[in-house]
Ligand binder design. Structure first.
Ligand code: SF4
Ligand code: SF4
Length: 337
């Protein structure tokens, strides 16, 4: 692989950001068009919302009603692509996620520290990097799947594509989308992607599909976020920029494909990273975007303290070096994960 000049890499980063925004808006526009076509009076030409067929939860519910396998192929294709890359759907396609992400949340504008976004245990203590915790979305997914065979279908209440479709149809037909308004309030109060990260059952299913493909190397995966730990200065900017507040991207002590299965492969962390080559977005072994910046690790490892650009108050001192095995449990405000 030929090394690219920093200016080329910077351009690639900007291209990545605007490409993702364009893709998100294009899918949102297509979704709204199909929802409009399905609203009253229904269109003669566009009768079906293809997004609802792509939804694996919706497909499972339809299969239980009709026992037909063929209509399931779009949902199966999404699960296969997620297995081969990760939860890209949430970062690039989901219309509800797109709208929520674009909400100007006070939490996003407020200066935050790493401790403020770290996941916490039930006792309120900030968890160590890599520690697992029960997540509502997985319990909710389990409950929805267990209830389906008994004829209890609560997807209309929790499935993001069903919520988005119903809300759009309600707006087009002049009624109030109360569920959607509730999600907007939640996004304002708890963070734009709080729903996606903590509650969404489809997000949980896609995270699980991405987790199943975690063994794929970056040259075999369709899309991967790859870290070069040797280039990282442990400033924490990546985690603070992450719409999903994934702290593993800063904490992981290893190089290679990031195995945080909640990662939506959006690339925002890469844009925020000030260390040259610390983070890359890789497709089938080919780098398509690379972090650039002035920061280099000190000779003894860790962040270079003599350069203020490379320091960031967001990284809790008690977690510095946690990736190297020095782990400390701290008390403090924490959330997300
Ligand atoms: S870790 Fe990076 S690529 Fe993954 S969701 Fe967060 S910002 Fe996006
Ligand atoms: S140097 Fe980059 S990868 Fe390392 S913690 Fe800072 S932003 Fe994250």
């Amino acid at each position: 692989m030929r090394a690219r000049k920093p200016t080329q890499k910077r351009e690639a980063r900007r291209t990545l950001h605007y490409t993702r925004r364009s893709v998100q808006l294009a899918f949102l526009a297509a979704f709204l068009l199909l929802a409009w076509a399905a609203s009253y009076p229904p269109s003669r030409y566009l009768r079906e919302n293809f997004f609802l067929r792509v939804d694996p939860l919706g497909a499972l519910s339809a299969f239980m009603r009709a026992s037909a396998l063929l209509p399931l192929w779009p949902a199966m294709a999404l699960l296969l692509l997620t297995f081969l890359s990760g939860r890209f759907f949430c970062g690039w396609i989901c219309p509800l996620g797109t709208v929520l992400e674009m909400i100007p949340s006070p939490l996003r504008l407020k200066k935050r520290r790493m401790e403020g976004i770290r996941p916490r245990g039930v006792d309120g203590a900030v968890l160590l990097p890599g520690a697992r915790r029960p997540r509502v979305k997985y319990l909710l997914l389990l409950a929805l799947l267990v209830l389906l065979p008994f004829g209890v279908n609560l997807l209309w209440l929790f499935d993001p594509l069903v919520i988005a479709h119903r809300s759009a149809v309600q707006v087009f037909t002049g009624s109030l989308p109360l569920l959607f308004l509730g999600l907007l309030v939640l996004a304002l109060a708890a963070g734009p992607r709080f729903w996606c990260q903590e509650v969404c059952p489809l997000g949980a299913l896609l995270s699980a599909a991405g987790w199943a493909g975690r063994g794929l190397r970056e040259d075999k995966a369709l899309l991967s976020l790859v870290k070069d730990e040797a280039a990282c200065v442990h400033c924490g900017r990546c985690a603070l920029a992450c719409p999903f507040w994934i702290t593993e991207v800063a904490d992981t002590g290893r190089s290679g494909r990031l195995l945080a299965f909640d990662c939506a492969l959006c690339g925002e962390c890469l844009e925020a990273c000030p260390a040259d080559g610390a983070l890359s977005l890789v497709s089938l072994g080919r780098r398509i975007a690379v972090s650039t910046g002035p920061c280099k690790p000190s000779e003894s490892g860790g962040r270079r303290r003599d350069d203020p650009t490379c320091q960031w108050e967001g990284m809790s001192p008690s977690f510095e070096g946690a990736g190297d095995g020095e782990q400390t449990r701290t008390k403090g405000p924490g959330r997300g994960g």
